[in-house]
Design a protein around this ligand. Structure first.
Ligand code: PHE
Length: 443
C-alpha cells in the first residue's frame, strides 16, 4: 500500500510502512453487529448484560475500534516482543495506531475514569487469522470488570464493607470442575506485593461464581430454545471446568471451558487485575477482577449457527429468523440452516521464495512465510466465498532445502451455487495474487 492516509469510520488517519489493513476489513468497521437489534451477536450481548446488572455495571458499547498501541498493548503490560504485536497478527493503521485486537484495550482508560464499580464493554475486534468456519478477521468481544475500593480499610486490608460485598457470591446449581488451587506460586501466582491470600481468593471466587452464573443463563436459554423446536429434546447436563491461564494483565488467571459436542471449548479468559493497572490509572486503592469473552462463539452455541460468515450475511433468510428476539428473549429460536450450496476444492502448490544469502549451497534455505499473509490474500481476493483454506502438504527438498507448500481452498458461497467458470477465475486470480504478493513460484 502506498497511500498516505486512510479513512476509517469517517475519520482520516496518516498511514506509514506499518499500514496493512485491507479495504475489505475497513468496510466492516461500520457494521457493529453488537448494535443491530435482533442480530444474534446483539441478543448474546443482551443476555450477558442481564447477568451483570446496572447500575453496578455500566455498559459501554460504542468505543471506536481505532486505538493506540499504548492502549492495546503497553497499558496492559504486553512485552515489546509479544507475538500479538507482529504485523502478521494485527491490523495496523500506522506504527502507533491499530484496529484493537481485544476489548482489554479500554481497561486502563476505564479504570482511570472510575465511573462505576463495574463495567461491560462490547465491541468489534480485529485479528489477522486463519480462514475457517469458526474464524473471521472481525469478531465481537465483551469485556467485564468489577473493582472494589479499600481506601477506608485499617492497616491496608480490605474494609469490612468490601468483604461483606465480596462474600455475597452469586449462586447457581451447576456442577463445576475446578481442580487447581486458588493460586500457585509458579504456575499462577498471587500478587503478593499487593494482595493477601484471602483477598486474592475472595476476588477469584467472586469472579468465578459470577461467570458460572452467566454460563448457566446462556445454556439454560439454549436448552429452552431447543425444547421449543423439539419437545422431546433432552439436554445433557452442562459440564464446565476452570483451567489455569496466563494474561499479561491479570494474575492469577483462568480460562473457562465448556464440554460441547465431544470437546472442551474455551469460552472466556479472566483473572485478578494486575495492581499496576490500577496504580498507573491513578486508583491504587482499587482491586478487582476482569474477563473477556468472544460473542460469536457463544452465539454459535446459543443459536446453533454453523458458520461464522453467516453473522455478516445480509441475506433475509438469515436475518428474518431472529426478528423480535431482542424484545422477547423467551422467543429465542435455533437457527434453521438454509440448504448448503455445493462446495468445490481447489489446490494451489508453490515453492516459497528463499530469503537466504545467494550462493549458500549447503545451508538450508530460510523462508519468510506467515500463513496469515496467505489467509489475508484469500480474503482480499475471494471475500466470503472461501469456507476454509488448509495446508495439505509441506515439503522441504532434501538437497536444495527449498520448501514447497500445498493449500487446499474450499470454495463455497453461503448464498448461491458458484459456477465452475467463476470458481476457476477466482482460483486463477488467487494464484496470481500469491505470486505477486508473496513471491512464490507455482509448481
Ligand atoms: N483480552 C483477553 C483476550 O482477548 C481476554 C481477557 C480479558 C483476559 C480480561 C483476562 C481479563 O484473550
Amino acid at each position: 500500500p502506498t497511500q498516505s492516509s486512510v479513512d476509517i469510520n469517517g475519520a482520516s488517519y496518516k498511514t506509514d510502512s506499518w499500514f496493512n489493513t485491507p479495504p475489505n476489513i475497513i468496510a466492516n468497521v461500520p457494521r457493529r453487529l453488537h448494535l443491530q437489534k435482533d442480530h444474534p451477536v446483539y441478543v448474546t450481548r443482551q443476555i450477558i448484560e442481564s447477568v451483570f446488572p446496572a447500575p453496578t455495571y455500566k455498559y459501554h458499547n460504542t468505543f471506536d475500534p481505532v486505538v493506540t498501541t499504548h492502549q492495546n498493548f503497553d497499558s496492559l503490560g504486553f512485552p515489546l516482543d509479544h507475538p500479538g504485536r507482529a504485523k502478521s497478527d494485527t491490523y495496523y493503521v500506522n506504527e502507533s495506531t491499530l484496529l484493537r485486537t481485544h476489548t482489554s484495550a479500554h481497561q486502563a482508560d476505564l479504570f482511570r475514569a472510575n465511573l462505576s464499580p463495574g463495567y461491560l464493554i462490547s465491541a468489534d475486534v480485529y485479528r489477522r487469522d486463519e480462514v475457517d468456519r469458526s474464524h473471521y478477521p472481525v469478531f465481537h468481544q465483551m469485556e467485564g470488570a468489577r473493582s472494589w475500593d479499600r481506601a477506608n480499610a485499617l492497616g491496608g486490608d480490605v474494609a469490612a464493607a468490601v468483604w461483606s460485598d465480596l462474600e455475597k457470591l452469586p449462586t447457581h446449581a451447576m456442577k463445576v470442575e475446578d481442580p487447581n488451587p486458588p493460586f500457585h506460586a509458579e504456575r499462577n501466582p498471587l500478587q503478593d506485593d499487593h494482595h493477601s491470600a484471602a483477598e486474592a481468593e475472595a476476588i477469584g471466587a467472586h469472579l468465578k461464581r459470577s461467570l458460572e452464573l452467566m454460563v448457566v443463563e446462556i445454556f439454560s436459554r439454549a436448552a429452552r430454545a431447543a425444547k421449543r423446536a423439539d419437545p422431546d429434546f433432552v439436554d445433557e447436563p452442562l459440564r464446565v471446568r476452570w483451567v489455569e491461564a496466563y494474561f499479561p494483565f491479570t494474575s492469577p488467571s483462568w480460562e473457562l471451558e465448556v464440554y460441547y459436542g465431544g470437546d472442551w471449548l474455551e469460552v472466556l479468559g479472566c483473572g485478578v487485575v494486575k495492581q499496576d493497572l490500577y496504580i498507573n490509572a491513578g486508583v491504587p486503592n482499587q482491586l478487582g477482577w476482569a474477563f473477556g469473552i468472544g460473542l460469536e462463539r457463544i452465539a454459535m452455541l446459543l443459536f446453533q449457527i454453523p458458520d461464522i460468515r453467516l453473522f455478516w450475511s445480509q441475506d433475509p433468510r438469515f436475518s428474518n429468523q431472529f426478528v423480535g428476539v431482542s424484545d422477547n428473549l423467551d422467543s429465542l429460536k435455533r437457527f434453521v440452516p438454509f440448504s448448503k450450496y455445493p462446495g468445490c476444492y481447489k489446490d494451489v502448490s508453490f515453492w516459497l521464495k528463499s530469503t537466504s544469502a545467494a550462493g549458500g549451497s549447503t545451508k538450508a534455505n530460510a523462508h519468510d512465510f506467515h500463513e496469515n499473509d496467505l489467509m489475508e490474500i484469500v480474503r482480499s481476493v475471494c471475500g466470503d466465498v472461501v469456507e476454509d483454506a488448509k495446508v495439505v502438504d509441506d515439503f522441504t527438498h532434501p538437497k536444495t532445502g527449498r520448501r514447497s507448500l500445498c493449500y487446499r481452498i474450499n470454495y463455497r458461497s453461503l448464498e448461491r451455487t458458484l459456477t465452475n467458470t467463476e470458481t476457476n477465475e477466482l482460483h486463477d486470480r488467487l494464484t496470481q495474487a500469491l505470486v505477486e504478493k508473496l513471491g512464490v513460484e507455482i509448481r
